[in-house]
Every structure is written in C-alpha cells, then in structure tokens.
Design a protein around this ligand. Structure first.
Ligand SMILES: Cc1cc2nc3c(=O)[nH]c(=O)nc-3n(C[C@H](O)[C@H](O)[C@H](O)COP(=O)(O)O)c2cc1C
Length: 239
C-alpha cells in the first residue's frame, strides 16, 4: 500500500465508491452525543474513507514491546504507510468487540476520546465505527502543532502527529466529579496502546503533554469541548 496522502485518499475513496467530506466537516460532527455501541461490521458512511484492516498478529511479542519501548524524538523523512496509521489508530481506539467495545478500556463504555492524525497532506479524524478516517483539513497541521507544542523537535521531525482529545461531557453525566480523572486515565490507556503498537511496528514515538490547548484546537479546528490531552509524534526512528 502507498503512503498516506490526500491524493491517494481521494483515489481510494473513489475506487471504493465513497466520497470524502468537505473541509471543515469536523464542525458538523464534533459535538456528537455519547457514542452508542456499534457493530464493528457497520459499513462506513458516504463521507468516510475506510482504513486498511488492522492485523492481529505481529513480529514482536507484547513483552518485547514493553521492554523496548523508549520515547523516540528523532525520525527519518519516511512517511507512515496507510497500514501503519490504521494499526496505530486501531490500537488506541479501535473496535474490538461486536458490542462496540474498544481496544482501550472506558469508564461506563462512554468513550469520551476522539483521535486525530496530522500528516503532510492534511489532518484526519479517526472514526472507530467502520475503522475509517474523515478529513478535517487539507492543510499540513504539523507546523501549527509544533508551534503549539512549544516547538519541540519531535513534533517537527515526525511524519505523523496523533492527537488524543477528550470530550468530558460524554462522561460527566454518569460520573460527575470523577470525570476529569476518568477521561485522563483513558487517554493514558489509549496512548500506551499506541506507543506499544508503534514499537511492534518498529516505529518510534513520544507522548507529549506540554502544549497550548487552545493552539492545538485552532490547528485542527476543534470546538472548545474537545480538549487535547496528548500529542504523539510517530515516525521511523533514526538508525
Ligand atoms: C504525561 C507525560 C507527558 C510527557 N510530555 C512530554 C513532552 O512534552 N515532551 C517530551 O519530549 N516528552 C514528554 N514525555 C515523555 C517523557 O519525557 C518520557 O516518558 C520520560 O523521559 C521517560 O523516558 P521513556 O519514555 O523513554 O521511558 C511525557 C511523558 C508523560 C507520561
């Protein structure tokens, strides 16, 4: 499979008979209510672009991945493939059960997290139902994320920057004062899954917590209730 470029997305979507949403489509779906469990078999909608099927076997054991995970901040210029992006998103928030349950645990199965990925050709929102991507902008947001992230080198060097956001309202109705704790714990679960998946794919990554929330929201066009919790630059480690 090729690299994750906007042109290839368009071609792939056209080949599969699905269209891509116009830029800014995020605004129309960003304030969605708590997600009802969907079947992993749900078809993707017309405005969604399917990702390659995640694989359930790899070359590195879980123990090896845990033992060798280190924060990596320097990357080669090589892009991530569609398969790699698919696998990383699936590890963090993919649906792994016909009842709609996901790879990372969630208090009350309310799933307050939304994931985004910024690459050279645009930024995309991950849609766990249907394991698909939705275009949020055709601009390269990585420069903006680098600025938002205190100009940390890893954000500039990485071919892909994943953004974990939390929509606290999804959890608040049921868990009240425990909400912040729960949503942020969930971000940790999802991020760790992604970090270990990166190791298993022989990729490097670092979880970044130091950034200006409002600037990250501006770059991705997020509404205020989508609070960024982690930036995770991922790439091929320098040898
Ligand atoms: C909540 C949190 C926030 C972090 N923020 C940053 C960050 O802003 N920039 C960075 O380079 N590393 C960041 N890190 C990564 C830590 O620096 C790193 O995990 C630590 O140095 C231990 O190294 P290791 O990850 O290789 O085990 C963060 C880690 C955590 C858990």
């Amino acid at each position: 499979m090729g690299k994750l470029t906007r042109r290839q997305f368009l071609r792939l979507a056209a080949a599969q008979g699905s269209g891509l949403v116009a830029m800014g489509a995020l605004a129309g779906c960003a304030t969605s209510e708590p997600t009802a469990p969907h079947s992993v078999l749900d078809p993707v909608g017309e405005d969604e672009m399917p990702l390659p099927e995640p694989r359930l076997e790899g070359e590195i054991s879980l123990e090896q991945a845990i033992a060798s995970r280190r924060s990596v901040r320097e990357f080669t210029d090589e892009s991530l493939s569609m398969e790699e992006i698919s696998q990383l998103l699936w590890a963090a928030q993919g649906i792994t059960d016909p009842r709609g349950l996901r790879a990372a645990p969630s208090a009350g199965a309310l799933y307050p997290l939304e994931l985004y990925v910024a690459v050279a050709d645009g930024a995309y929102r991950y849609l766990p139902q249907g394991h698909a991507l939705q275009v949020v902008t055709g601009e390269d947001g990585r420069q903006g994320l680098w600025e938002a992230g205190l100009r940390q080198g890893a954000l500039q060097a990485a071919p892909a920057v994943f953004v974990v956001t939390g929509i606290y309202q999804r959890t608040e109705g049921k868990y009240g004062g425990r909400t912040e704790r729960y949503v942020e714990l969930e971000a940790g679960h999802a991020a760790q899954n992604m970090l270990l998946q990166a190791v298993a794919l022989k990729l490097g990554a670092v979880p970044i917590g130091a950034f200006y929330d409002d600037q990250v929201q501006d770059v991705l066009g997020l509404p205020s209730e989508h609070r960024p919790l982690y930036l995770i630059p991922v790439g091929h480690p320098e040898a």
